[in-house]
Design a protein around this ligand. Structure first.
Ligand SMILES: [Zn+2]
Length: 111
C-alpha cells in the first residue's frame, strides 16, 4: 500500500486517524467479499468517495471527521460498485442490507 500521497496532507485534528478509515475499508471489503485494486484517501471537492472502473477507490479525507454511520455508507457504497457498477435495484438492495446489519437489533428493517 502506498501512503506517500496521503502523507503530503497536514493531519486533521479531532478526527479518527487515517488508519481507522483504512481499517474500516478493509473490514467492509472482507465482509462484502471484494478486493479493491487500490484505496486512496485525499481531499475531494464534491463527493465523499469515488470508484473507478478499474477498482481504484478514493475516499474524501473529510470522511474522517464524519459520524461512523456516514463513513460506513460511503465505504459500503464504493465497495459495492466493485460488484455492481450501477445504482440499480440490486445495488440499492445490497447497500440497504449491509448497512442495516449495523443498526441496533431492536430496529428491524425490511429487506
Ligand atoms: Zn455510486
Amino acid at each position: 500500500m502506498n501512503d506517500d500521497a496521503a502523507a503530503e496532507w497536514a493531519p486533521l485534528e479531532d478526527t479518527v486517524p487515517m488508519e481507522v478509515l483504512r481499517n474500516e475499508v478493509a473490514a467492509w471489503a472482507k465482509r462484502i467479499g471484494v478486493t479493491p485494486n487500490s484505496v486512496r484517501i485525499r481531499p475531494m471537492k464534491r463527493k465523499w468517495a469515488s470508484c473507478s472502473s478499474r477498482g481504484n477507490l478514493t475516499f474524501n479525507v473529510e470522511l474522517m471527521a464524519q459520524p461512523a454511520g456516514l463513513r460506513a455508507e460511503a465505504i459500503v457504497h464504493e465497495l459495492l460498485h466493485l460488484k455492481v457498477p450501477n445504482h440499480g435495484k440490486l445495488f440499492n438492495a445490497l447497500l440497504k442490507s449491509y448497512l442495516a446489519q449495523d443498526k441496533a437489533p431492536n430496529t428491524p428493517e425490511p429487506l
